[in-house]
Design a protein around this ligand. Structure first.
Ligand SMILES: Cc1cc2nc3c(=O)[nH]c(=O)nc-3n(C[C@H](O)[C@H](O)[C@H](O)COP(=O)(O)O)c2cc1C
Length: 364
C-alpha cells in the first residue's frame, strides 16, 4: 500500500509530499476510530520490548528522530505507527521560517535525503500549545535549538529559554548542537564552548527539577563529522557534567559514495543509507569512552532490524529513524521491533539489554 502511495508522492517535491501526507493524515484522524484502526494496522503488531534508560521506560527501543514533527502536530498518528518514543522539534524560542525552498532533496538510488531546512518551526509558545492539546501516547522527547538570528555567543540564552518553556511537557530534552543548517551551531561542539553550555544547562535543569518536583533528563545530540579527539572530548564532558544521554548522530556534511550523484552538490545535511557507517562508527567510539555510564541513542541510516541491531551492539541503548520511514512507510517500525524481539528470543536472554550485552561480549 505504501509503495503505491510512495510512487505518487515521490512525483512531488520532497517537502510538498511531506506536507500532503500529513495534511491527509490529519484529515483521516478527524474521523472517529481512526487512531484505533491505525493502531490495529501498525502498532498492534509491534511487540513490547521495553528498555529502561535515563530513568524512563520505553515500550520499545525504536523512536522517531527529530525533524519530522517539528511543531508537535501529529503525536497520536506517529505513535500509532508503533514507535517506542517520539522526538519532536527542533523547536527554537521564537518562530522562524527556515531557509528558502527547495530545501529537501531525495537521492532515491541511495535511499538518502539532503536537507537544509534550517529549523523552520512555530516557536516554543505555539509548540507547547500544540503539544498540550494532545494525549501523550508514548514517551516524548523535545529537541531544542537556537534561533538563526541569535549570535552564537548568546546561544546558551536560547537553549536555556526553550529548556524552561518545554521542561514541563517533556519526558526528555535533546539539545541539538549538531544541525549543519544553522550557521555556527556546530561550533558549540568545541571543548570550551561545550563545557560552558553543558554547565549552564545542568544548573538550569537542577533549578527546574526543584521547581517542578520532577527531574527531566537531558541528552546531547552530536554530529557524525567529528574526529577521534573531538569524540573523546565530548565523551569526557558529558560524563563530567552527568549528562543523561548522547544522541549520535545528526546528518553529515560529507557525501560518502555519492560522487556520481548530481544532487549531492546541494548544500545541507545528508541522511539515510550513506550516513549509516559514519554514524555507527561514532556510536562505537563514544561507547568505548562511556562504557555504558552515559546511555547512547543511535541514529543514522537505520533501515532494517539488522541495522538497528548493529547500532545497539556498537553501543546504543535506543535507536531512532527518519529517512527510512520516508522511503519505506510506517510498517518499518513494527518490522524493526519484531526483528529485534526475535533476536532476544534466539539469544535466550530475558530482555533486549541482556541480549545486546551478550552480543557485545562475543564481539570483544
Ligand atoms: C528533513 C530532515 C529534517 C531534520 N530536522 C532535524 C531537526 O530539526 N533536528 C534534529 O536534531 N535533527 C533533524 N534531522 C536529523 C534526524 O533527526 C536524524 O538525526 C538524521 O536524519 C539521521 O537519521 P536517518 O538517517 O534515519 O534519517 C532532520 C533530518 C531530515 C532528513
Amino acid at each position: 500500500m505504501y509503495k503505491l502511495l510512495r510512487a505518487l508522492l515521490f512525483r512531488l517535491d520532497a517537502e510538498a509530499s511531506h506536507r500532503l501526507t500529513f495534511t491527509a493524515l490529519d484529515l483521516v484522524y478527524r474521523l472517529p476510530g481512526a487512531s484505533r484502526i491505525a493502531r490495529s494496522l501498525c502498532a498492534r503488531h509491534t511487540p513490547a520490548l521495553p528498555v529502561s534508560i535515563m530513568g524512563l521506560t520505553f515500550p520499545n527501543p525504536v523512536g522517531l528522530a527529530a525533524g519530522l514533527d517539528k511543531n508537535a502536530e501529529h503525536v497520536q498518528a506517529l505513535a500509532d505507527f508503533g514507535f517506542g518514543f517520539l522526538e519532536l522539534g527542533t523547536v527554537t524560542p521564537r518562530p522562524q521560517p527556515g531557509n528558502p525552498r527547495p530545501r529537501m532533496f531525495r537521492l532515491v538510488a541511495h535511499a538518502a535525503l539532503i536537507n537544509r531546512m534550517g529549523f523552520n518551526n512555530v516557536g516554543a509558545g505555539k509548540f507547547l500549545v500544540n503539544l498540550a492539546a494532545q494525549e501523550k501516547p508514548c514517551p516524548i522527547g523535545i529537541n531544542i535549538g537556537k534561533n538563526r538570528d541569535t549570535p552564537i555567543e548568546r546561544a546558551a540564552d536560547d537553549y536555556l529559554a526553550v529548556l524552561n518553556s518545554v521542561y514541563r511537557l517533556a519526558d526528555y530534552i535533546a539539545v541539538n548542537i549538531s544541525s549543519p543548517n544553522t550557521p555556527g551551531l556546530r561550533d558549540l561542539q568545541t571543548e570550551q564552548n561545550l563545557e560552558e553550555l553543558l554547565r549552564a544547562l545542568k544548573t538550569e535543569q537542577a533549578a527546574l527539577a526543584e521547581k517542578h518536583g520532577r527531574y527531566v533528563p537531558i541528552a546531547l545530540k552530536i554530529a557524525p563529522d567529528l574526529d577521534d579527539t573531538q569524540v573523546a572530548a565530548i565523551a569526557r564532558l558529558v560524563q563530567e557534567h552527568k549528562f543523561d544521554a548522547v544522541i549520535a548522530t545528526n546528518t553529515t556534511i560529507t557525501r560518502p559514495g555519492l560522487e556520481q550523484e548530481l544532487l549531492s552538490q546541494q548544500t545541507g545535511g545528508l541522511s539515510g543509507r550513506p550516513l549509516k557507517p559514519l554514524a555507527t562508527e561514532i556510536v562505537r567510539k563514544l561507547y568505548t569512552h562511556l562504557q555504558g555510564e552515559v546511555p547512547i541513542i543511535g541514529v543514522g541510516g537505520i533501515e532494517t532490524a539488522d541495522d538497528a541491531w548493529e547500532k545497539l551492539v556498537a553501543g546504543a541503548d535506543l535507536v531512532q529513524i527518519y529517512t527510512a520511514l520516508i522511503y519505506q512507510g510506517p510498517d518499518i517500525v513494527g518490522e524493526i521491533v519484531r526483528g529485534l524481539a526475535e533476536r532476544v528470543q534466539q539469544s535466550g536472554c530475558r530482555n533486549l539489554a541482556e541480549a545486546v550485552q551478550q552480543a557485545r561480549q562475543r564481539q570483544s
